[in-house]
Design a protein around this ligand. Structure first.
Ligand code: GUN
Length: 293
């Protein structure tokens, strides 16, 4: 049996269409949601991400502002830009694109963004809220993973979930979200020092790969009928192709899809969901500011 392919392209389009309708209603009430994006330096991948965020804003009807700063920008200069957006009541969400140039301390910058405008959900205050089940925002990639599981028609309550990878951006917040009372999963976090990793994976109802290792999860690590979500985006050499490389996930897609009940592809799986969830957080921030002022 071949797995159901859970398409992030389709689900994210659905979400964006729902948000587009919501924005029409919000605008009719006199509110214009607005996201400000800050890009420091010339990282080509970051430029593409920022452009995609801007396009998503345009599609949904969210106003987007952008500040581009040179790679030589000082921490103080960047903090001034953030302060300006923090104090601007017409701006509801602020995102500072990562990675930052090496001389700028990332944690200091991310903590300078007001928690109520922190649509990435990277501020320790918002991260802490998740762990006590009082959610304001959800971090975009983990929220995208959960949305794919739900909209794929799969239940998490009572299920054994194995998460490969304990990053602050994906694995750890995802674990915090899945064992809350609204999700009720039993979560095992696996990492480089985990014993019997293969066996743990093979016993799981849901496997989530977020380690950044190309095609690490093989068919013998997956239970028949499991749901497999692939967060990895890895560039591997592909001689003879136009670009000379291709993108693969953390899961060996071709072999695992023959065993799993459902699987997300790379590209076109979790990736497009991250931006959709960023848009959702921006609307949440705007509604909080507008209706609860
Ligand atoms: N760089 C790569 N992904 C992200 C993201 O989700 N948020 C920010 N701020 N920077 C990133």
């Amino acid at each position: 049996m071949s797995a159901k392919i859970i398409s992030g392209n389709e689900v994210s389009k659905q979400l964006k269409d729902e948000m587009k309708e919501e924005v029409v209603k919000l605008k009719a009430q006199g509110m214009e949601p607005c996201l400000s994006v800050i890009l420091v330096g010339e990282d080509p991948a970051s430029k593409v991400y920022v452009l995609n965020k801007k396009k998503a804003c345009e599609y949904i009807g969210i106003k987007s502002l952008e500040t581009r700063l040179p790679a030589t920008t000082t921490t103080e200069e960047l903090l001034k830009v953030i302060e300006g957006y923090n104090n601007d009541k017409t701006v509801h969400g602020i995102l500072c694109q990562l990675p930052l140039p090496k001389h700028i301390p990332e944690t200091k910058i991310l903590r300078a963004i007001l928690p109520e405008k922190d649509v990435d959900c990277f501020h320790p205050f918002n991260v802490g809220l998740i762990s006590i089940g009082e959610v304001r925002f959800l971090p975009c990639t983990p929220a995208g993973v959960i949305e794919l599981i739900k909209r794929g028609g799969f239940e998490t309550a009572g299920k054994d979930v194995v998460i490969l990878g304990r990053s602050n951006i994906v694995g750890r917040p995802l674990s915090n979200m899945l064992d809350q009372r609204d999700m009720n999963a039993t979560v095992t976090m696996c990492h480089t020092k985990t014993k019997n990793l293969k066996e743990r994976c093979a016993a799981a109802d849901i496997v989530i790969g977020a380690i950044g290792r190309p095609e690490y999860v093989k068919a013998d690590m997956v239970k028949e009928g499991a749901v497999v979500i692939d967060v990895g985006i890895n560039r591997v050499d592909a001689p003879g192709t136009e670009k000379g490389f291709k993108l693969v996930g953390d899961v060996a897609f071709d072999e695992v899809k023959e065993k799993a009940a459902a699987i997300t592809p790379v590209p076109g799986g979790v990736g497009p969901m991250t931006i959709a969830m960023l848009m959702k957080n921006t609307l949440t921030a705007a509604k909080e500011a507008f209706f609860k002022k």
